[in-house]
Each structure stands twice: as structure tokens, then as C-alpha cells.
Design a protein around this ligand. Structure first.
Ligand code: GLY
Length: 395
């Protein structure tokens, strides 16, 4: 991975010191999250929040989107941090809908089976030993590996495998879907899941990461020959710009593969991705929706910021104590988190049923622009839990 340049951190002094985030402010932030969850508990018991809000309010929908599990995952985090049964019971009651979805193959033509089943069923199994959850997550892993192309060594992201517009297309987000497969290998003793996940992670590092340590959102492979074709954006500003959330998915996703595969190149390259990301943050530390923007009136993406906090913290954990970047990434993560707590929650939007304002789902698609995004809420909560307790990952 020598081909990828490292910019280092351009304004090192910005992240040299531990930011002033008190335990009290973190606990108050968690209390706010719990209040929101409590208010949503009845509405989102049999239903799920839509991926993004409308006027800062999530509509309630069935379990049909790639995002259902972010809500269920928040319930598991709430259960872990409080021990309150109401959260566990609601999360457990939702497991049947995940089982039905996988059995009926409802909207399962997607690599996002990883997101969907890690935060719902794998989390349930890890926290409570629930056997239905384990079997359901294994079924999801089996569907996910059907999307793998042997020659190209990638998992196709979207759509039917014969769809000419999607065939052989991998996307950076998929790094977050791979832990389901690593987990399935551990559960079954079958190395196939691991090999598919790891091969995909390596191909993602090779083709989705550009030489300047930015990322393409998507990249096409010729699945018949295994040849790399070309990068293209879907949710970013341009094919050659860097979609902020894509970079954030990478920053969190590669260390997740490292946890299971112990490939030091994945952490080495991830430092370059983290540096690229941090070098493009505006003064309040919350990225614009595409990193081509570093100032001006374009929208921020608070959801990308929340994902990046978790990714920076996970990356820091995987670096040796002697690595100066370990402290820098921890400080940067806390600085971003502090800004989210202080300036990006729905505190001033009391009618909202979400947590973070100013997220962007898809600017080119004119979808969820400057709205709450349910994954932003989940990763904001995960980030808070990570800094307040020793947290065992659901991923
Ligand atoms: N994984 C889809 C998104 O981040 O919008």
C-alpha cells in the first residue's frame, strides 16, 4: 500500500491536547439520548424509523430499509448502559421481524445485510446468547456471501447480481458489512466467510482508496476477468471528490477488518485515511457532506462525523502506545464528539424524534439533506458509550 500518500496532520496543534470534555457533559449527553429513546419506544416497537427524517421527524416504517438495525442497535446500547429491561424487551421483540425478513428475503438484495444483522441479531447474541438471533444472523451471512464474485474477489453492493448497472460494483460502505462474515466464521468454524470478507477488504483497500488517501464511493470490477475498471460516485459531489461519509465508513471499517484479520497494512493505510479526513475539517470539526468543501454554505454531514469518531477511537486502540497518532486520534475524536454534543443535537428542535441535526443522506439524490439520519444517531450514541465505558463491539 506504499502507493497511498500520507499527508500527515497539517494542523497538529489542533489535536495535540486532550479537549475539555467533562464526564458530566458526556453523561448529560447520554441522558438526552435515553430521553429521546424513551419517547420513541412505543412508536418504534413494531415499526422502525425511516433512514432519514422529514423536517427532523422520522416517519415510522416497516423493516424494509438498510437502516432498521440502527434503531435496534440503539436499544441494545441503551440496555447495556442502563441495564433497564424495557430496552432489551423492545430489541428482543424486534428479532422476529429480522428473522421474517431473512426468511422471506424481503429487500435482501444488498450488502447491507451486514449492518442489518450485526446491530440487531449479532448484538442480541453477544449480549444475551439468544439462539434465534444467532441462527438468523448466520442466515444473513449466507445470503451475503452469495454476493461474492470469486475472480474479482469483491462483494457486490447493490441490486441483483445480473443488473448491468450494478454488476461488479463495490462500495466503500461495505467495509462495515464485513464483521458479520468474520463473526460467522468464528461461530461456524468455516473459513469461507472469513476469506470472502478479508479478500473484499483487501480489494477495497487496493481500488477504493486513491493515491492521495481519499476514497472513491464506488468502484466497478470486471467480474469475469477480475480486472479493475473505474471509480464512480453515487452520493458524493463528483467522481473524483471524496464523499465525507464514504471516508468515515472507511476509517471505521478498515480497523474492524484488522481486529479479525490482524493485517498491519490495514491499520497503516487507515492512518492515512484518518489524516486526509482530519485535514479537511472546518473550525467546528464537523465535516461537510463532501470533503471537497472545507468552508462556505454547503451542508455538513453530522452522521459522517459521528461515524468518524467511532473509527478514530477504534484506530487509536489498534496503534501501539508509542505511536504519537494514537493520542492525536483520541483527541480529534473527542473534539468532534464535543462539537456534536454542543452544537448538533436536536436540543433546540424539541419536536424532533431524532438525535443529531444537520445530517445528509444523499445530496445528489436530494434525499434527507440537512436532516437527522438514523445511522448518525446510532454512531453518536455508540461514540458516547465508547468513551464512557469499556464497550465490547457488536461489529
Ligand atoms: N450506506 C449508505 C449510506 O451511507 O448512505
Amino acid at each position: 500500500m506504499e502507493r497511498v500518500r500520507d499527508e500527515g496532520i497539517k494542523e497538529l496543534e489542533r489535536y495535540r491536547d486532550l479537549p475539555d470534555v467533562t464526564a458530566g457533559s458526556l453523561e448529560a449527553a447520554v441522558q438526552y439520548v435515553l430521553e429521546k429513546i424513551d419517547n420513541n419506544l412505543a412508536v418504534f416497537a413494531a415499526k422502525f424509523p425511516a433512514p432519514c427524517s422529514r423536517n427532523n421527524i422520522y416517519p415510522a416504517i416497516d423493516n424494509i430499509e438498510w437502516t432498521s438495525s440502527f434503531w435496534t442497535g440503539m436499544l441494545w446500547l441503551a440496555y447495556e448502559i442502563t441495564g433497564r429491561e424495557c430496552y432489551r424487551q423492545t430489541a428482543e421483540a424486534q428479532l422476529a421481524s429480522y428473522a421474517k425478513r431473512i426468511n422471506d428475503k424481503t429487500a435482501t438484495d444488498t450488502h447491507d445485510l451486514g449492518f442489518l444483522y450485526s446491530l440487531s441479531c449479532v448484538a442480541a447474541y453477544k449480549l444475551t446468547g439468544n439462539e434465534l438471533a444467532k441462527q438468523t444472523a448466520l442466515k444473513a451471512a449466507n445470503l451475503l456471501i452469495n454476493r461474492y464474485f470469486e475472480k474479482a474477489r469483491i462483494i457486490q453492493a447493490w441490486g441483483n447480481l445480473n443488473d448491468p448497472n450494478q454488476r461488479g460494483r463495490m462500495i466503500i460502505d461495505c467495509c462495515m458489512n464485513l464483521p458479520l462474515l468474520y463473526w460467522a466464521s468464528i461461530m461456524t468454524g468455516d473459513a469461507r466467510y472469513f476469506n470472502i470478507a478479508f479478500n473484499h477488504a483487501r480489494q477495497a483497500a487496493t481500488y477504493l482508496i486513491r493515491e492521495d488517501a481519499s476514497t472513491y464511493h464506488t468502484f466497478y470490477m470486471n467480474v469475469d476477468t477480475g480486472e479493475p475498471l473505474y471509480g464512480k460516485t453515487a452520493q458524493g459531489y463528483a467522481d473524483n471528490s471524496c464523499w465525507a461519509r464514504g471516508q468515515a465508513w472507511a476509517i471505521y471499517g478498515f480497523p474492524l477488518s484488522y481486529i479479525y484479520a490482524h493485517d498491519p497494512e490495514l491499520i497503516a493505510i487507515n492512518k492515512k485515511l484518518c489524516n486526509y479526513f482530519l485535514n479537511r475539517l472546518p473550525q467546528d470539526e464537523i465535516c461537510y457532506w463532501d470533503l471537497i468543501f472545507t468552508g462556505g454554505p454547503e451542508e455538513r454531514d453530522s452522521s459522517a462525523a459521528a461515524i468518524a469518531v467511532c473509527g478514530l477511537l477504534e484506530t487509536a486502540k489498534r496503534l501501539p502506545l508509542s505511536d504519537p497518532y494514537r493520542r492525536i486520534y483520541e483527541n480529534a475524536a473527542l473534539k468532534i464528539l464535543k462539537s456534536l454534543i454542543e452544537n448538533y443535537t436536536t436540543k433546540n428542535v424539541p419536536e424532533s424524534n431524532g438525535l443529531l441535526v444537520h445530517g445528509v443522506y444523499s445530496k445528489p439524490g436530494n434525499l434527507g439533506v440537512d436532516e437527522c439520519c438514523i445511522w448518525g444517531d446510532y454512531f453518536y450514541f455508540e461514540a458516547l458509550v465508547r468513551v464512557l465505558k469499556h464497550w465490547r463491539l457488536y461489529w
